[in-house]
Ligand binder design. Structure first.
Ligand SMILES: Cc1cc2nc3c(=O)[nH]c(=O)nc-3n(C[C@H](O)[C@H](O)[C@H](O)COP(=O)(O)OP(=O)(O)OC[C@H]3O[C@@H](n4cnc5c(N)ncnc54)[C@H](O)[C@@H]3O)c2cc1C
Length: 378
């Protein structure tokens, strides 16, 4: 039986970032992954590092996380493809332009650089866009990267500090004092962290995490040239919807001259099959904004399951009824962005450090305390 200060279950970007943060904090760590590092939802994500201002807690975690990524960027290998392209939130009409002005105020109040582009400035920045848009919000410090390689980079940094990476090792059971692997071996540890993404409830059934399926498509080379991650402001309506499928235009420039196109949301959908009808809606939406896509080849289409919590915020911190168990799951559509901040928040709590942001909005007790009183999850 091996003994560690901490066993992390799940080697997605969240678990890998945690292994990095906890090993940097001086703990002996094992990162246990059923398959290989970064091959779960992390491999399906778009890799947009984006400050989002739907509510104060989301803005605090995303903006801090984006700034932590920026601090890391010079030390990241080129294969992570970190590109400081910024985000353009596109306004299709005056109502959306009014939202741009609200958002710019929110961002600036949080210390995030943001600027309003009128229509002329927008088309100067992105000449490939279809005519008729009224303006945009530009957030220059947002970025994009290639998520599975970012996850592997975190895991290798942890390994270089002595952490043990165990891949091809499904965990069968979590219990006080450690975990039991599928082959019956026991890994002993003072702390266990559950970071198994959408599979987390399989090991801790009281967790209110459900799949929210998304489709992405990558084009061949020769796509319309775009310089920023482009997102329609209508994306926010799609991201918040809790019922029914929705699509919204979201396009990411790749260094290869390809475009990564998203995105769709299907709450509660756990199958990974490509849905032709959803894909068609997504592509039609993309063509509204980028007419140059017509006739371009799609190289690959895939889906992924976002691990969604009822309030859209991750669960970060100790399980209220199982003090040995820590949770780092439920990141929905922002887990690539918030992996850095999430890892720091959990590591700070475990190591008794004060965090740069208030950890309480992400506390698992907001759901699990209610469960123990017999209140149903949302
Ligand atoms: C289409 C799409 C687009 C997205 N775009 C973005 C984006 O642009 N920006 C952004 O910030 N986020 C984005 N996301 C969300 C992001 O991908 C997720 O929030 C993030 O990847 C979750 O990471 P994770 O480490 O929690 O989960 P995962 O990456 O799923 O990792 C969990 C790991 O746990 C392992 N595991 C499961 N069960 C066990 C077990 N019993 N034993 C051992 N290991 C186990 C799995 O194999 C897996 O590797 C997107 C998601 C999708 C689907």
């Amino acid at each position: 039986m091996s003994a560690f200060d901490c066993v992390i279950v799940g080697g997605g970007i969240v678990g890998a970032a945690l292994a990095d943060a906890l090993s940097a904090g001086g703990l002996s760590v094992a990162l246990v992954e059923a398959r290989s590092i970064g091959t779960g939802t992390t491999a399906c994500g778009m890799g947009h590092l984006v400050a989002m201002d739907d509510n104060a807690a989301e803005l605090a975690l995303t903006s801090w996380s984006v700034s932590l990524w920026r601090e890391l960027r010079d030390g990241l290998p080129r294969t992570v493809e970190y590109d400081a392209c910024g985000t353009l939130w596109l306004a299709a009409d005056d109502e959306e332009m009014a939202a741009v002005h609200t958002k710019v105020a929110n961002y600036r109040a949080a210390g995030i650089r943001a600027e309003v582009l009128d229509s002329a400035a927008l088309y100067e920045a992105e000449p490939s866009l279809a005519p008729g848009l009224v303006g945009a919000l530009r957030v220059p410090d947002d970025a994009v990267l290639y998520p599975p390689v970012a996850a592997r980079t975190f895991a290798l940094r942890a390994e270089a500090r002595g952490a043990r990476l165990m891949t091809g090792c499904p965990v069968r059971e979590l219990r006080p004092g450690g975990v039991v692997l599928a082959n019956g071996d026991v890994l002993a540890a003072r702390h266990v962290v559950l970071a198994a993404g959408v599979a987390s409830p399989a090991l801790c059934p009281e967790l209110p995490i459900s799949p929210r399926k998304g489709h992405l498509l990558i084009t061949g080379r020769g796509a319309p040239v775009v310089h920023h991650q482009l997102v329609e402001l209508g994306y926010l309506k799609s991201a918040h919807g809790t019922e029914g499928a929705s699509v919204a235009f979201n396009a990411q420039p790749r260094v290869t001259g390809q475009l990564l196109l998203g995105s769709s949301r299907q709450p509660g959908e756990g199958s990974r099959e490509v849905d032709a009808a959803i894909l068609e809606r997504m592509l039609k939406r993309a063509a509204v904004f980028l007419p140059g896509l017509d006739g371009l080849q799609a190289l690959r289409v895939w889906t992924g399951l976002r691990p969604a919590s009822p309030d859209g915020l991750p669960l970060l911190g100790p399980h209220p009824e199982k003090p040995w168990l820590w949770l780092a799951c439920g990141h929905e559509g922002l887990g690539i962005t918030t992996a850095t901040g999430s890892a720091r928040l959990v590591a700070d709590q475990m190591l008794g450090r004060v965090s740069a942001i208030d950890p309480s909005p992400y506390s698992p007790s907001r759901f699990l305390a209610a469960t123990s009183r017999g209140v149903a999850h949302a």
